[in-house]
Each structure stands twice: as structure tokens, then as C-alpha cells.
Design a protein around this ligand. Sequence first.
Ligand code: NAD
Length: 260
Amino acid sequence: TLQGKTALITGSTSGIGLGIARALAQQGAHIVLNGFGDANEIAALQAGLTQDYGVQSTYHPADMSRPQEIAAMMQFAAAKFGSVDILVNNAGIQHVADIEDFPVEKWDAIIAINLSSAFHTTRLALPAMKEKNWGRIINIASAHGLVGSAQKSAYVAAKHGIVGLSKVTALENAQTGVTCNAICPGWVLTPLVQKQVDVRAANEDVSNDDAKKGLLAEKQPSGEFVTPEQLGALAVFLCSEAANQVRGAAWSMDGGWTAQ
Ligand code: NAD
């Protein structure tokens, strides 16, 4: 149980982040949500966490591409709940293009949101975690943290980077109760991936279902999507005492993608 702990999950208004927030709330952790979206929908997500799991929850709208807003979010979380015990760096975006056509501002945004934001939240969360001698930092990397794919230069670079950051964070705290690990999901059917399904359906003039099958067939041997609930369960395990000695791992949950 994570009762009495506080978890902050970046990019938790949708997809994987929301799945992990729910799973941690189910274990009793108070939740700090973050991410973009409609104010009413976010308020409903927050109310849902309290109703379903009896935990407190709050929300901060910090843009993960802006270090000052990240600092404001970390201060807000500490003021509200005392400290952040579980930090899940999940916010991320994608852009697909060949390197020579890759918009420079997209490169900068992906590196800032998918990689640098985790450096900022981590450096700001560590002092309180070390003081308590307990903490969990979980970085949501990707199969693309371990292998590449064409047309995803910024994303693959950022995800390889966050796998490296996870190792260093783990090593610097190896003799404390603070662990850090990366989770490397394969395809998960979230809005981020649905966009890629839509492009594929249009390019190949096939149905939504066939585009999904095509996407999976290319990379994911199981032929099935990973789910936010499964990733939530893995995050809960990494937060447990049983995972005390899991440090600096890049833990795949990818339907066999990187086994090939
Ligand atoms: P999603 O689009 O459903 O959710 C992304 C979340 O990040 C949303 O809450 C969004 O509001 C938030 N976000 C985006 N830009 C932000 C910013 N600048 N500041 C704050 N929040 C911001 O996507 P998802 O698929 O759930 O992706 C979550 C993470 O999982 C990402 O890091 C992604 O790279 C990673 N991932 C996804 C897949 C997949 O197949 N979906 C696979 C591997 C890894």
C-alpha cells in the first residue's frame, strides 16, 4: 500500500499517465495531476480519483517545456502535500519526419518535454526524498529508448536519453531508499498513437482497424497493444518494497518488440 505517500505524474490528463495515476491512487497515494486539457474534464478526473479511491488529488497546469513552470509545480506539490514521494516523468509528445525535414522547433520541444523536464523534476524532488530516505522515480521511456525507428529522430534521442538519466539517478542514490527506473512500453493505444494510426489509414487507404493491425505487425510480435492498466500495475510494483533492489533498470513492457 502507498497510503500516506504523494505521487506526482506529469502528463497525467490522458493515456498512460492517467492509467498510472489511477493505479497509484488505488494503492492509496495522494495524486498530483499535470497535463493539458479541458478544465472541466480535468476537474472530473480529479473528483473521480477521490470518489473511486478516497485519496486527495490536485492538479497543476505546468508546461513541461518550461523549467520555471516545472519549479512552480514542484513547489505547489510540496506546499499541498508536504513532499513528492513518487515522481513519474511521463509527459511526452511525438513528431514523425525525416531528419532533413524535421522542424527545428519540434526537435527542441520534444527534447524539452520528453527529456529535460525529467531532469528538472528529478533535481527538485530528490532533496526531500533523500531527507525521508524513501522515494521512487519512474521515467516513462519507450521501446524507442532501446532501439530506433526511422523518422523519429527527436523522440528516439530523447527516450535513449531518459534511459541514461534513469541509470545515473539510480547510481547517485544507490545507497539510499530512493530508486529510479525507466519503463519502456511498446505500442499503447492512446491519443499519441491514434494520430499515427490515422496517418497510416490515410496513407495506405485502409480502415482504422487495419491500420492498427499494420502498426502492430511491424513492431510488436504479440499483435496486441499494451494497456495503461498494465503499465499502472508495473509502476505499482516498482513502488513496492519488493522492488527495493530494482535500480537503474530499463524495464520493457512491449509485447516482444525489443526481443527481436
Ligand atoms: P497522450 O498524448 O495520451 O498523453 C500525453 C500527456 O502529456 C497528456 O496528458 C498531455 O496533456 C501531456 N503533455 C503533452 N505535452 C505537455 C507539456 N508540454 N506539458 C505538460 N504536459 C504535457 O500520450 P501517451 O501515449 O499516454 O504518452 C505518455 C508517455 O508515454 C509519453 O512520454 C510517451 O512518449 C510514452 N510512450 C507512449 C507509447 C504509446 O504507444 N502510446 C509507447 C511508449 C512510450
